[in-house]
Design a protein around this ligand. Sequence first.
Ligand SMILES: Nc1ncnc2c1ncn2[C@@H]1O[C@H](COP(=O)(O)OP(=O)(O)OP(=O)(O)O)[C@@H](O)[C@H]1O
Length: 239
Amino acid sequence: MIEVEGLTKSFPGGEKPAVDDVWFKVQPGEVFGLLGPNGAGKTTTLRMLCTVLTPTAGYATIAGFDVATQGDKVREHVGFLSANTGVYDRMTALEMVEYYGRLYGLSGGHLRDRLDTLFHTLQMDSFRHILGGKLSTGMKQKVSIARALIHDPPVLIFDEPTNGLDVLVQRAVVQSIAALRGQGKTILYSTHIMTEVTKLCDRVAIMAHGRIVACGTLNELRTQYGQDDLEEIFFGLVS
Ligand SMILES: Nc1ncnc2c1ncn2[C@@H]1O[C@H](COP(=O)(O)OP(=O)(O)OP(=O)(O)O)[C@@H](O)[C@H]1O
């Protein structure tokens, strides 16, 4: 579960907070979408939840652990994936995911089983032994997903994971995330691609200028704003 209460982040010299008093909860088995234009504060919110940034004010927990004071525990329980997560050129796909597994303390048969399961379910077996430098963008993104999942965390945070991917890989990524929801994972998903939101998200929060300006299921938002087209609702709220 993810719980966020009044989370705020100000950067030195910033006129207004980049994230300003944000509240939401995400339950196990739910995909919660964070939707907003460039600069809305999505990445800053996700970085605070992954312990990369320290909040200026407010409180957040991941699987019950406080992001400000229990960083190690939070990192054990969360998998984070961004659009530009790096893949090392000189390691094969398998070596790379295995390396991250070891960093998370996995070893022996347990690590091998996790690798086999992930490579199979993400359809990565055909490029297990190909060096990172020779992988396509889509293959690299699958390696990054496997890397975020290797320690089987209950909470997953995806920051625009399909950026730059062709429609086939984009579809495969969205399907993988839907399958993870089916396994009961708690998933926070930031994007500005509306079709992904309608396909994947159980609830969505629309962010603008650091604040949440609307939050609910897609049907709740449609009813509240008297508009069927989510894109129209989005433009009305953020422009
Ligand atoms: N390290 C930083 N130092 C100063 N300002 C920052 C820093 N990181 C982000 N910001 C500012 O915080 C605001 C929110 O940025 P953020 O990256 O969280 O937005 P976003 O919603 O993720 O946008 P995008 O869709 O472009 O990734 C922006 O005004 C940005 O310039």
